[in-house]
Design a protein around this ligand. Sequence first.
Ligand SMILES: [Mn+2]
Length: 300
Amino acid sequence: MSRYLGDDVWVGRGKGSGSEPEKDGAAAVIVPVPYDLTSSWRKGADQGPRALIEASAYVELYDIETDSEPWLRGIETSAPVVCDGTPERMSSMVRERVEEILSRGALPIVLGGEHSVTIGAVQAAAAASKSAGRSFSVLQVDAHADTRESYHGSTHNHACVMARAREHGPIVQVGIRAIDAEERPGLDERRVVWAHDIAAARGAPSRDSWMDRAVDGLAEDVYLTIDLDAFDPSQVPATGTPEPGGLDWYEVNDLVRRVARARRIVGFDVVELLPMPGHHASDFLAARLVYRVLAEIWAA
Ligand SMILES: [Mn+2]
C-alpha cells in the first residue's frame, strides 16, 4: 500500500460531529498523480499529492460557508497513478482511472503533479458529458494560458494542456498573466480573464463582473482545473513557476461558488503544488481548496 493512501484521510477520520461517513459508494474519489517529467523550471511537483493529503488531516471537517460536512458523503482516496513514462502514457492512465470513477457516478478529483495530469481527466469527462447529451467546457484558473500546440517535442506537455482541452469544447481561462507572443492570436479573448483586469477591478463597484463573464463562457458541464500558480505567490509560494500579481483566496472561492451554482461541475483537479521547507501554508491552502470546492459543488 502506498503512503499516498494516507489512511483515507477524509473518509476514516471519525471525529467531530460523531457521525459516520458513507463507507460504500464514496461520492468523490481522490486520484493522486505524482507526475513531474515536463516541468520547465523547478522540479518536485511529484511530491505535491502527498503533501496535500498529509495537510488534509488538519483541515476542519465542518465547512462554515455552506454549513455542511462534505466528508460525510464519503471521500475515497484511491491508489496513486504512477507513471515514469511519457506524458502521453500518463494521460491515458489518468483517463482510464477517471472513466472508471465517472462510470460509477462519483466525482473525480485529480491531484497533481504537473499540469499535464489534467489532459486525461478532461478526455474522460468530455466523453462522459457528450455521451449523456450535455455540452462540455473547461474552466482553467491559472497564471499561464498553456495553449502551446506542442512543447519540447510533446503535445501533452504541461504547456499544452489547454490546447488539448479546447479540442473538447470551449475553455474559459481566469487569472492569466504569462503567455508567449505566439499563443495570443489563438486565444478566445472573450473567454480570457486577465489577471491585470481582475486587479484593476478590485475596489470598483463592478469588481465581480469578470466572474459573470467567466460563467457565461461555460457550457452545461464544466471540468475545473486549478493550477495553484493562479494564486498570488504571497499566498502560494510553493509552486514551480510563481508569477506576481495573482488571485486571492476569496476571489477563487467566489468564482467556484458561482460556477457550482450556475453549471454542473463534473470533476476537478488541483495541480502544481511543489512542497518547499518552511512553506507548509501552501500545502494547507491546497488541501483546504479541495475540500472547499467539494463543499460548494455539493451545496449547490
Ligand atoms: Mn500555471
